[in-house]
Design a protein around this ligand. Structure first.
Ligand code: AMP
Ligand code: MG
Length: 402
């Protein structure tokens, strides 16, 4: 077991114990938020045929060179309609957006630039070749357009549909057990007795898991007993691909996750050089990967973002740029000084704003690791290297979590 490792070392160690990635075919309508498990190539040309970008007239550009030329109307081309007749010299075919450009025509006149007179049309504006959307100008049959590991959002889903994929192969959402530990924890909505607090970590962690393309399985709070914890871990190890606990990983007498993993689990590391979120551990429980996240609410979120999220991406074989993510790495200019942490990567909460000269970042609330409000009042985390303070005006690396 290694202790007090760098974040990179922690991620590397965890990546040695992935869960088994499985894939499944799903219908496109249910694929949002999933991770694509195959390369998707287009089954069609896009556009499928030359078509009009405007409602108007399909014409021969040379017929419109003299001002206010009058053309006879040859027919109509409607999206999804019958094949329009060929446009001969001196003719114009009425055409709708997306409708096929009839043979013979090489330009479009917008309806706004025309005046219909009986069965003729007077051309009052330019005939534009550029208003013809050419066959396959976007995608050709067989072109690879969605990479393996892509997180499927609205545009990716639309593109897959355009390319003709009604069903696609995606990564099975890994089931991640979410287990909070602590005698003081009571579900939100329940009455609080003296010394009790609302359990919050499992709710936020579950959302983070969903954002990363996983399926959270929340368990009832485990009280601070070794037997209760062991029992829940055994159930979770059978039911889930991996286990995330929160709380019980520090130096306290009741920090039982750490004790149980030390005594009966297979520990890979404990403590990571990050602030906040320093005490996480990782190992396997009955061969199931287990992250012991810290109990402090901010720490549990930050440890998930910095440690669990990259591990999940690795296990799902997510694409490094297009895969699911919780934050984007950016450069920000500090509007005030921010203190780093001795020996640790420092992830202070910052509010990132867009301004005329790029992204700026400022600090607004108390930064205590128990203050989950600070994660709402801010939308980013500094990535200050160990032993590095930053002053107003410095440009630093940060994670923009939107
Ligand atoms: P622990 O690591 O178990 O000592 O917990 C550290 C701090 O986080 C304590 O103040 C706990 O009350 C708090 N905490 C632990 N788990 C949770 C949770 N699931 N929801 C909210 N606060 C928690
Ligand atoms: Mg505790």
């Amino acid at each position: 077991m290694e202790t007090n490792v760098t974040l990179q070392r922690a991620v590397d160690l965890a990546c040695h114990s992935p869960f088994v990635r499985r894939t499944e075919k799903v219908s496109l309508s249910g694929a949002a938020g999933r991770v694509l498990a195959e390369i998707l190539t287009s089954k069609v040309d896009d556009p499928r045929f030359d078509n009009s970008a405007m409602d108007g007239w399909a014409v021969r550009a040379t017929d419109c060179e003299i001002q206010e030329s009058i053309l006879s109307i040859s027919g109509t081309s409607k999206a999804g309609g019958e094949t329009p007749p060929r446009v001969a010299q001196g003719e114009a075919c009425r055409i709708m957006t997306g409708a096929p450009v009839p043979e013979g025509a090489d330009a479009i006149v917008m309806v706004e630039d025309s005046e219909e007179v009986g069965n003729t049309v007077r051309i009052l504006g330019p005939a534009r070749p550029g208003y013809i959307r050419k066959k396959a100008e976007n995608l050709e049959v067989g072109q690879e357009a969605l990479e393996k590991g892509t997180h499927l959002g609205p545009a990716e889903i639309s593109l897959a549909a355009t390319m003709g994929h009604g069903e696609i192969e995606v990564v099975v959402r890994p089931k991640l057990a979410v287990i909070s530990t602590g005698d003081e924890l009571v579900p939100p909505g329940a009455e609080l007795s003296d010394g009790q607090i609302h359990e919050s970590n499992s709710y936020g962690i579950a959302v983070l898991i969903e954002k990363m393309g996983g399926q959270p399985i929340r368990y009832d709070v485990v009280h601070d007993t070794i037997d209760g914890l062991r029992e829940t871990l055994d159930i979770a190890a059978r039911e889930c691909d991996a286990i995330l606990t929160s709380g019980g990983v520090s130096m306290g007498k009741w920090d039982l996750v750490r004790r149980l993993m030390e005594e009966e689990g297979d520990l890979s590391f404990w403590r990571v050089k990050i602030r906040p979120g320093g005490p996480p551990l990782f190992g396997t429980w009955k061969k199931t990967p287990l992250f012991g996240l810290p109990g402090n609410p901010v720490s549990s979120h930050v440890a998930f973002i910095s440690l669990v999220a990259p591990w999940l991406s690795h296990c799902m074989e997510a694409h490094p740029e297009n895969g699911p993510t919780i934050g984007d790495r950016v450069k920000v200019k500090l509007t005030e000084g921010v203190k780093g942490a001795p020996g640790k990567l420092c992830m202070r909460r910052i509010r990132i704003e867009t301004g005329e000269d790029g992204l700026t970042a400022s600090v607004h609330t108390h930064q205590g690791s128990g203050n989950i409000h600070s994660m709402v009042a801010h939308n980013g985390l500094t990535l200050l290297p160990p032993d590095t303070d930053a002053k107003a005006g410095d440009i630093i690396d940060a994670l923009w979590c939107r």
